[in-house]
Design a protein around this ligand. Structure first.
Ligand SMILES: [Zn+2]
Length: 128
């Protein structure tokens, strides 16, 4: 299992290097070729659009969670935090001597949710 993960890691790095050279090649070639300038422009535009879509959807999710928490606050005046579903969380890190602790906080109500754990998988690492 760990060998498979290692091979996937190496393959992932190789793909990055290849993409880097392909992109670099297009950048250099675009100085001499008008068509490649358009290709380069559309690649950059594509990444900007993707980044904007990701940002807009995460903004929308945060706004929806805040609206939901507003309703919870109206219903539970004194213990709203207890009823918050804590759907979105933020991470913070602090040093304790040599180890680094990662803590989880609710992005909506600000409640401390305990230490976060890094879940490793072959598709990438994810904080939970
Ligand atoms: Zn919460």
């Amino acid at each position: 299992m760990s060998l498979l993960r290692y091979i996937l890691g190496v393959l992932g790095t190789l793909v990055y290097i290849i993409l880097y050279f392909v992109f670099g090649g297009i950048v250099i070639a675009s100085f001499y070729n008008a068509t490649l300038r358009y290709v380069l422009g559309s690649i950059i535009l594509f990444f900007i659009v993707v980044a904007l879509i990701i940002k807009t959807s995460s903004d929308r999710r945060l706004r929806a969670a805040r609206d939901e928490y507003d309703e919870i606050q109206k219903k539970h005046l004194y213990d709203a935090q207890e009823h918050c579903p804590h759907r979105l969380f933020a991470l913070s890190q602090k040093d304790i001597g040599v180890i680094i602790m990662t803590d989880k906080w609710c992005k909506v109500c600000g409640k401390y949710l305990g230490p976060a754990t890094l879940k490793r998988s072959i598709f990438g690492n994810k904080w939970e």
